[in-house]
Write a protein that binds this ligand. Structure first.
Ligand SMILES: C[S@@+](CC[C@H](N)C(=O)[O-])C[C@H]1O[C@@H](n2cnc3c(N)ncnc32)[C@H](O)[C@@H]1O
Length: 266
């Protein structure tokens, strides 16, 4: 549900606007699997990032929160004995049945602020491409911390407002980067019951995670070459070679549109 039309940049007053908690956008006549047509580069870039962050680790019990139709579950299964796709939208779980047919991935209908796992039941939690629906993620972070065992790992992907292009624009305008989330809802999706759609300030999110007891271990800047022009001009292998080289170094300046955070429960 990202990208597309020009974003309407509005800094959200998260206290005034109670965030929508229901993933209703995904319950409509919308086939999220189609979103991934022509996004091989982004999909591969995220697989590279997760492999890199989890390299050398093996887990007992993992859950992919807001995992959609299960795009990342089989990759996670190579790092964990048991993986649950935890997803609130029935439409996504229905699509997952086909995608995950014949695998041992478990499925559960649940939202990030109300996970049906016992305290400390999991040792790996991932949440990718969900943060842009969570303008005020403190309850979700607290819930993730609750279900993680002490020392457990979380990988949380954050839609990054302060990417290179926005930083350059703010510098030119002489305005500071907002510390609050910025709404990037398209006008078309700006319906009264539309799900929230925001980009975040990475430092703010890292602080919110720390408040929940989730301590930053490392981060990667992902999809650094996300541009229709580059995708048309360069072979995928070249794009991915560049992606591999840049993910670590560019994370220092939060360069890319998507930042992957690896956290440890204190
Ligand atoms: C853009 S899709 C990403 C799906 C999957 N993580 C992936 O990367 O392919 C966003 C997903 O977040 C889910 N979602 C939205 N709000 C949520 C919430 N409050 N808790 C958990 N999942 C949520 C949606 O139902 C949808 O499946």
């Amino acid at each position: 549900m990202r990208g597309g039309r020009r974003p309407v940049a509005t800094v959200l007053d998260v206290n005034a606007e109670k965030p929508k908690k229901v993933a209703n956008q995904y319950e409509r006549d919308y086939d999220y699997t189609k979103y991934w047509d022509n996004r091989d580069y982004e999909n591969a870039a995220e697989h590279i990032a997760i492999r890199r962050l989890l390299k050398g680790n093996h887990f007992r019990k993992a859950a992919d929160i807001g995992g959609g139709f299960g795009r990342l579950c089989l990759l996670l299964r190579t790092f964990a004995d048991e993986v649950t796709l935890a997803e609130p939208a029935a439409t996504q779980l229905e699509a997952a049945k086909k995608v995950l047919e014949g695998t041992d991935i478990k499925q559960a209908q649940m939202q990030a602020d109300d996970l049906g796992f016992a305290d400390g039941e999991l040792d790996l939690v991932t949440m990718v491409r969900v943060m842009h629906h969570l303008p005020a993620p403190a309850p979700e972070f607290a819930e993730i911390a609750r279900v993680l065992a002490p020392g457990g790992t979380a990988i949380i992907e954050v839609a990054n407002y302060g990417h290179y292009k926005n930083r350059r624009r703010h510098k030119k305008e002489g305005t500071p980067l907002p510390i609050e989330p910025v709404s990037i809802r398209t006008v078309k999706a700006d319906e009264p019951d539309a799900i929230a759609f925001v980009n975040h300030n990475i430092d703010t999110v890292v602080g919110q995670l720390a408040n929940a007891g989730l301590v930053l271990e490392s981060k990667l800047s992902v999809s650094n070459l996300r541009s229709q022009r580059l995708k048309k001009a360069l072979p995928k292998a070249v794009m991915l070679a560049a992606e591999r080289i840049t993910q670590k170094g560019l994370a220092r300046s939060n360069f890319g549109p998507s930042i992957f955070l690896k956290l440890r429960k204190a």
